[in-house]
Design a protein around this ligand. Structure first.
Ligand SMILES: Nc1nc2c(ncn2[C@@H]2O[C@H](COP(=O)(O)OP(=O)(O)OP(=O)(O)O)[C@@H](O)[C@H]2O)c(=O)[nH]1
Length: 416
């Protein structure tokens, strides 16, 4: 069954936890013992009314103690699809978690409080969703019960949002009026909003076509390990293990190994020890080649006509995620792209994007937490990437602080 990964984003208290709880509850994905625990906890805290946000609260308390995770995952399924929900906390300083969670999301649900409409945080999350090219965006206008299920309020917010979406070139967009608390338009159509003729949230989640194109792109296979058994009968065996991040590979295909550019032909493909003729994204496999060429971890096997040209000059949109240190020209980092890690230095900051107007500001000297900017990097070795706008999987990268080993930036690479 096909899997949809979606992220929920919105300001504090917009109702993300309640919305996910409602989805799980109405799709019967809550186990009986979980339900008992929630009922008990609700009784003591909420005058007996069931508080669906408690479903994700276990994860939240961990987060408040600052011990485990900053992005929480939940798994559920319906008859039509499996889902992985990625919860990014709404506080401003957590924008970076949205970036981390969203970089491989198929769809984003952006929550808007019907009483507040489009606010700065909505704009920030939408900018990131647009930048990360999340294929599909649902704007859930929540707490409709608190604005008397007013159609006018909905239309006004929807019009404001559409203006934003046009600027950000968000293409697949659905705007849905909901009440997460009561379950209106989440799984079932709302009897309180007969004026809304569109789909429910679950129906969009089940049918959104988000996988288009990934298999039609050029093949990209970052090498994770080189397998070279020491036994004498396998002494010629040399396999390259990894995961195909875009396109297809077939036995007999001519491939290039980048960044060196050496070329060979696929002699065999193994998946879990069995020979297969073809793999498609996102399968993991071991590739065998006809020629013994020099390939190591971090290299990428590519096929197809539109090949990346390895380069050391890299332009990138960066979302800066370090709350302690600024990004400045001259600073050095590690750039992790696929399975390769190379040193790089910051050449210059071209411009920063203003969150409210989306205007490009020039002459910026440093980036602070949550800044989004276009930056020029110079890497110590060439890397073979595709522009993020053509290939999300091979166009994304992260910046790592060498001394602390912390991820400090999310990068969307562009051609210089
Ligand atoms: N009236 C009404 N209240 C809602 C609705 N959805 C959520 N709430 C309430 O809003 C409050 C915040 O909801 P949460 O689900 O905890 O919000 P959140 O976005 O997950 O909050 P953070 O995780 O802290 O960012 C709770 O008191 C909910 O009961 C709704 O549709 N209608």
């Amino acid at each position: 069954m096909d899997i949809l990964r979606f992220i929920t984003a919105g300001s504090v208290d917009n109702g993300k936890s309640t919305l996910i709880g409602r989805l799980l509850y109405d799709t019967k994905n809550i186990l009986a013992d979980q339900m008992n625990a929630i009922e008990k906890a609700s009784k003591s805290r909420n005058n007996g009314e069931i508080d669906l946000a408690l479903l994700t609260d276990g994860l939240r308390s961990e987060r408040e103690q600052g011990i485990t995770i900053d992005v929480a995952y939940k798994y559920f399924q319906t008859a039509n699809r499996k889902f992985i929900s990625i919860d990014a906390p709404g506080h401003l300083q957590y924008t970076r978690n949205m970036v981390t969670g969203a970089s491989n999301a198929d769809l984003a649900i952006i929550l808007v409080d019907a009483r507040l409409g489009v606010i700065e945080q909505t704009k920030r999350h939408s900018l990131i969703a647009g930048m990360l090219k999340i294929p599909y965006v649902i704007v859930a206008i929540n707490k409709m019960d608190l604005v008397d299920f007013s159609e006018d309020t909905f239309l006004k917010i929807a019009a404001d949002y559409r203006e934003l979406a046009d600027k950000l070139k968000i293409e697949n967009l659905k705007i849905i009026p909901v009440s997460a608390l009561n379950g209106d338009n989440i799984v079932d159509k709302s009897p309180s909003m007969p004026w809304y003729q569109g789909e429910t949230l679950l129906s969009v989640l089940e049918t959104a076509d988000v996988h288009r194109g990934a298999a039609e792109q050029g093949a990209r296979f970052p090498v994770q390990f080189v397998l070279r058994p020491q036994t004498s009968e396998l002494h010629d065996y040399r396999g390259y293990a990894g995961r195909l991040i875009s396109g297809k590979l077939r036995k007999g295909d001519r491939i290039s190994a980048l960044p060196s550019g050496s070329s060979s032909v696929i002699a065999g493909i193994e998946v879990y020890g069995k020979e297969v003729d073809e793999i498609v994204v996102p399968q993991s496999a071991t590739i065998l080649l006809e020629d013994d060429i020099d390939i190591s971890r971090g290299d990428i096997l590519t096929a197809g006509t539109d090949q990346p040209v390895p380069t050391q000059d890299v332009k990138s949109l960066i979302c800066w995620m370090d709350d302690r240190k600024e990004l400045k020209p001259g600073n050095k980092y590690l750039l992790q792209h696929g399975t390769s890690r190379v040193r790089c230095s910051v050449k210059q900051i071209d411009y920063r994007i203003d969150i409210n107007s989306y205007v490009q500001e020039e002459g910026v000297e440093a980036l602070r937490l949550n800044d989004v900017a276009s930056v020029l990097l110079r890497t110590a070795q060439p890397i073979a990437f595709d522009p993020y706008s053509h290939n999300r999987a091979n166009g994304g990268a992260i910046l790592i602080d060498e001394t602390s080993n912390v991820t400090v930036g999310a990068c969307m690479l562009e051609e210089v």
